[in-house]
Every structure is written in C-alpha cells, then in structure tokens.
Design a protein around this ligand. Structure first.
Ligand SMILES: NC(=O)c1ccc[n+]([C@@H]2O[C@H](COP(=O)([O-])OP(=O)(O)OC[C@H]3O[C@@H](n4cnc5c(N)ncnc54)[C@H](O)[C@@H]3O)[C@@H](O)[C@H]2O)c1
Ligand SMILES: N[C@@H](CCO)C(=O)O
Ligand code: NA
Length: 460
C-alpha cells in the first residue's frame, strides 16, 4: 500500500471555491449498466447545480466499460475506455458500479492507492471484504461511501453511520430486496404461484434473467451484513448471515398467511442479542420469509419498494421507506455520496472510518428467538390434539393459538376416505432450534399425515 496521497485534502485552504478559476474534480465511472448510465446522465444534466453544491465543477473524466462501440447514456464516445486500471489513476473520485467481487475490488484498491475517494453501490463486495477497503481508504486518507449499496435511493446508511452515531442501535428490521417484495406482493394480490410471479417480475425488469441472488436471499443477506456491521459497530460478513430465500414459499403458504390476517415478506433482521448461558453480548443476523400482520407498517410495502425500521435506545423506532432499486433511484444515492466526498476534497475533512470496535460474535440461527406458524394435516380422531400438544411441551415451546378445520371427506394416504383435519398452530416466542426440532418431531407423529406449511411469524 502506498503512502497517503490526497493533495486536495492536504491543501484544502488553497482549494477553496473560486468563481473565476475553479479546477474541476475528475470523476471516473466504472461500469455503465443500469446504475452507471443513470449516474452518467445525472452527472451531466445536473452539472451546474452539482458544481454549486460542491464548490467546484465535477468533470466526468471517463467511463470504463467492458466493450466499446455501444451507444450509452448519450455520452460522447471519447469518454469511454476499456482500460479501467488506467482511468482510476487520473480521478479524484471513482464511482464503482460494475458489481461483483473482481475486478471491482482490485480497481477500488488501485483507485484508493492513487489518492481517489471511492463511491460504490457494491453490496456483495462490502459484505465480503469491506474491512480491506476501509483499511486502504484509511491508510490513503480518502473517503469510502456506499449509500446505494443498501435500499437504493433510501438514505439509510448515512443516518445509521452518522445521524445515529450518538445513540445505540438495538435492532434493524426490514424489506431490503425489491425483486422478492414484488414477487411476494404479486403472489398475495393475485394468488399467483412463485414461478408465475417471478416471470412477471422479469417481464417488468425487476428480476434479472438469473434471479438467484434475489430469490435465494443472497442480495438481502449482503445488505443485512452491512446494516448489522454499521448498526452494531462490529464486523458481520454475508457468510455469517442466516439466509433463506423465497423459492419454497408456495401459493398455499401465502393463502394461509392471508387467512391469518397476515402477509408473507422476505425480512432482513439484525438484532443485538445475549447468550442465555454465558450472558455474553452478540448479534443475530438473518434473512428469511416471515408472516407479518396486515396491520404492520411493513405489510403495506408493495411492489418493489423497500422499508427498514431502525430501533435505537434514545431515538426509539425510525422507519425508512422508498425505492430500493432501479437506475435513477440508485443513482440518486450514488450522486449524494459523490457530492459528499467531493465537498471533502474542496473544504477538507473525511467521512467516518470503519467503526468495528464492539467485535461482537454472530450467534447461530438456533439461538434466535422467533415464533412459528405450523400447519399440519392430521387424522381427526381422539388423542391427536393431545399428542401434538405434548410434542410442543416436550420441546419447551408454548402454543399461542390453535385452530382446527375438519375435512370430512379428505382422502388419507391409502386413498380411502377417512376424517382428516388441518391443524393450525401459532407459537409463542422460543429459540429457533427448539421450534425447528418441534417441527421435526411433529412430522414423525403417527397422527400427523404431513406438515403442510411452516413459516416464522414476526412483527406483532
Ligand atoms: N440495479 C439496481 O437497482 C441496483 C440497486 C442498488 C445497487 N446496485 C448495485 O450497483 C452495481 C451495478 O448494478 P447494475 O444494476 O448497474 O448492474 P449492470 O449489470 O446493469 O451493470 C454493470 C455494468 O458493468 C459492466 N462491467 C462488467 N465488468 C466490467 C469491467 N471490468 N470494466 C468495466 N465495466 C464492466 C457490465 O458490462 C455492465 O454494463 C452492483 O454492485 C449492484 O449490486 C444496483
Ligand atoms: N436486486 C436488488 C437491487 C437493489 O440492490 C433488488 O431487487 O432489490
Ligand atoms: Na440507500
């Protein structure tokens, strides 16, 4: 790593805004896809306002692309280059919107070594190797900003990183993936199955051709890792996050939720926790589908919108809501960061460094305290309810609600007609390990023909 190089910061007094001879700050853009093309367009169309806000003009120094020759964002052809490594060496601010781990990481590190501040939307990289980027930025005396990486346009990371820096965040809970929210919303409002709803999301450009990162929860897990790291002043990587996607959520699950007055959402939940045995502090970070009551504010988050609750000791509960994806909304967050780091270049100063002093362990999912909805297909005969209740009691799980719907003419497994019933149970809160062991034991009961639906319940 080279020595700190940031002439703009070191000579900040000399670089004060001047109406007569303002030296532009050079902005290099890496990637010109959905987000990059919006960033380029807004950077040029808002040129004058941005210059006034920063105190110096922002000049688009170049745009690194994989292949030349495509017309992108109506930009002059001379701005494009396939040599990203060279471009980052002649910029004051580098905007990385390529995505993925490599070459994004090497390019960011190279940019930092050459004294550039970095703005990125890359949640995958931050959740995999954020500390390396922070350390490099710290050593070089430059900024690393990444508001667009979580919940797109919604100002969320800066409020946690800066506005709440004097408070103690206890919990962050929300919907941080627009694609899956769109899919679950369509399943709820139209009765569509999972595949049908994904196809609709793809047709509208929400879901990518390969929707794995969204529907399997990888995108939300990376965002949860970033939120937990910032909120709890510790290091959480994507691999530490318990992750369940929405591929197993069926139309029947969504209908069952509706019958309960609930809706199914993919939630990211980050909590400060205490080890029940040692009393030691830790964090619980998880992404999974959950039923939430329709009266809960998150239930009203429709289509591809995002919403996040942040609970802090003194502040209480804060809610952040808005567009979490899309070219222009994401570019809004990117440009806000560009203005912030450019202002530091003009008047001196730096944004917050990494704050990971708490060094908290990440607890396994089994220790998270959750509630379950369980629907069982059972034989309708004496003693069944008692047998089921005993399994719950044996695992120390308390039942909150039981409902039984009798299906007089249901065929049983052998195809003969015998009375059957659907038994719906909602539990009180218990360790996830106890709940999941309860489900395993229920499936082995003679009276239980099948476990038809299991889902966590949140938000009451
Ligand atoms: N699209 C969104 O709504 C959204 C929202 C928030 C954050 N993000 C993040 O923003 C980043 C970009 O997302 P996107 O949706 O614009 O993706 P995209 O696939 O549309 O764009 C990425 C672009 O980078 C280009 N690229 C790949 N390798 C390159 C290289 N070596 N040099 C130069 N260009 C290269 C690709 O050709 C592509 O045009 C990702 O990190 C993503 O997670 C996206
Ligand atoms: N694929 C992501 C984009 C924003 O990170 C989403 O659907 O929310
Ligand atoms: Na954001």
């Amino acid at each position: 790593m080279s020595a700190p190089v940031n002439p703009q910061v070191q000579t900040s007094a000399a670089a004060a805004p001047s109406a007569t001879s303002p030296t532009p700050l050079r902005v290099a853009l890496l990637g010109c896809g959905v987000v990059g093309s919006s960033v380029a367009r807004l950077l040029l169309s808002n040129r004058e306002a941005l210059a006034a806000r920063v105190g110096r003009p922002l000049e688009l120094a170049g745009v690194a692309v994989r292949r030349l020759g495509r017309d992108r964002a109506d930009l002059p052809a001379h701005l494009f280059t396939t040599d990203a490594e060279e471009l980052v060496t002649r910029a004051d601010v580098v905007v990385e919107v390529i995505g993925g781990i490599e070459p994004a990481r090497s390019l960011i590190l190279r940019a930092i070594e050459h004294g550039a501040s970095v703005v990125t939307a890359n949640k995958a990289l931050l959740a995999e190797d954020g500390p390396t980027l922070y350390a490099a930025a710290d050593a070089a005396g430059v900024d690393l900003y990444y508001e667009a990486s979580v919940a797109g346009a919604i100002p969320l990371l800066r409020p946690i990183r800066e506005s709440l820096a004097g408070d103690d965040v206890r919990r962050v809970l929300g919907i941080v993936n627009g694609t899956t929210n769109y899919v679950l919303d369509k399943m709820d409002s139209t009765g569509a199955g999972f595949s049908e709803a994904v196809a609709q999301a793809q047709a509208l450009g929400y879901a990518e051709a390969d929707p794995t990162a969204d529907v399997e929860g990888f995108d939300a897990a990376a965002k949860a890792a970033i939120l937990a790291s910032l909120g709890f002043h510790t290091r959480v990587r994507a691999a530490d996050v318990h992750r369940e996607g929405i591929t197993e959520v069926s139309a029947a699950d969504v209908a069952a939720a509706a019958e309960m007055g609930c809706v199914v959402k993919l939630l990211a939940i980050c909590e400060l926790a205490t080890d029940p045995e040692s009393g030691a502090a830790g964090v619980s970070v998880r992404v999974h589908p959950a039923m939430i009551p329709r009266t809960h504010p998150l239930a009203g988050v429709r289509e591809a919108f995002n919403a996040v609750f942040v609970e802090a000791d003194a502040a209480g509960q804060l809610m952040f809501y808005g567009p979490g994806a899309g070219g222009d909304p994401t570019a809004s967050a990117v440009l806000g960061d560009v203005v912030a780091v450019a202002r530091h270049r003009v008047v001196g100063g730096l944004g917050p460094r990494e704050s990971a002093y708490a060094e908290l362990p990440v607890f396994p999912m089994g220790r998270a305290v959750t509630r379950y909805y369980i629907s069982l297909d059972v034989a309708d005969r004496p003693g069944v309810l008692a047998a089921v209740a005993t399994v719950f009691a044996d695992h120390g799980v308390s039942i909150q609600q039981v409902r039984q719907v009798v299906h007089e003419t249901d065929p049983d497994r052998e195809g003969t007609r015998s009375p059957g019933a659907e038994l719906i149970i909602v539990t009180h809160a218990a360790p996830d390990a106890a709940l999941s062991a309860t489900v395993g034991a229920l499936a082995n009961l003679d009276a239980v023909r099948g476990v038809t639906s299991v889902m966590r319940v949140e938000g009451d």
